[in-house]
Design a protein around this ligand. Sequence first.
Ligand code: SF4
Length: 354
Amino acid sequence: MMNCMQLSKQNRRKYILDMTSAQLKTAVKSIIGQDYRINQIIEWVYVKRAISFEYFTNLPKELREQLSERFFLRILKTVKKEKSVIDGTTRYTFQTADKKYFFAVFLPAKDKNSVCISSQIGCPVMCAFCSSGKVKFTRNLSRGEIIEQILQIENDTKEKVSGVLFMGMGEPMLNFNNITSVLDSLLSNKEFGIGKRHITVSSVGIVPLIKRLADGNSGIRLAISIHAVDEKQRKKLIPNNFGFSIKDILNAGKYYLKKTNSRLTIEYVLIKGINNSAADAHKLARLLKQHNLLNPDVQVNLIPFNPITDAQFQTPHQESIQKFKNILKLNGITVNIRQAKGTDINAACGQLGH
Ligand code: SF4
């Protein structure tokens, strides 16, 4: 049993991943004077992905003990891990210290391993085709909780992650400060060192925050979820769209491209009988033309609906998916049909909620 002194020390411990490197430096100033020691700590945390302070072997034992008295290095518990027999995609269920649950997905590939990570617990946007939207929004994930998803997956798979998709549970833009702090860590060569073209933040279209991200000019890729070609149709699919029109969202996408010279993806979930007609495809092409988004840096990602519990929707037939794609292609649009990964373990797009 812990005595009072131990308990009060335990309560004062901070989560190291919640701090930027600069904040960490300030936090350890009283016990560490030399910069090279701070750099060693940062290297153990982010580059060597150490799971405990005991592994920081180039630091004196006394210093390691002081660090573990002051900080937590990991706080998430992996409560479930499911691996797809189809493609090796692995879905992780994490539990936070306050006993909330959320998900992340490991997407292995020959050339590049990626992770799809969550930014919130539940999602306030409540898209009708997404099971994350059916989980009541509780809170934003902290900077550390977002980063730890990547570190834990790397520890578990013993694989290096070189691509990060902010497409898990939650709307990343609504957790803007933490997301941008995580982006700094991912891009920093002293921390994750992941190339900007291998990081994608997805958004349902929170216009002012897309512009803020553009002004920060980190150069990462942006994916905006349009999913519909008129406002009525979109409101049905995205009930809480924060009042931004398709026009405003596409203009924000254009602004992002102009400011960052990066790439823009337009996400469009294809649902049978709802938004997958030839007329819808032509209208989408027209919308992109009207907003000057017909250029090689813009790609449309078609996402055939992935089944979820309690949804009335159906996946369109292959033929109609191809037809939709061909119409866009004939209009000069770069278009890709997203291959669903991990469908046997509910790890595909829109399935991270149960
Ligand atoms: S698709 Fe994205 S924004 Fe919509 S409910 Fe799911 S997680 Fe939220």
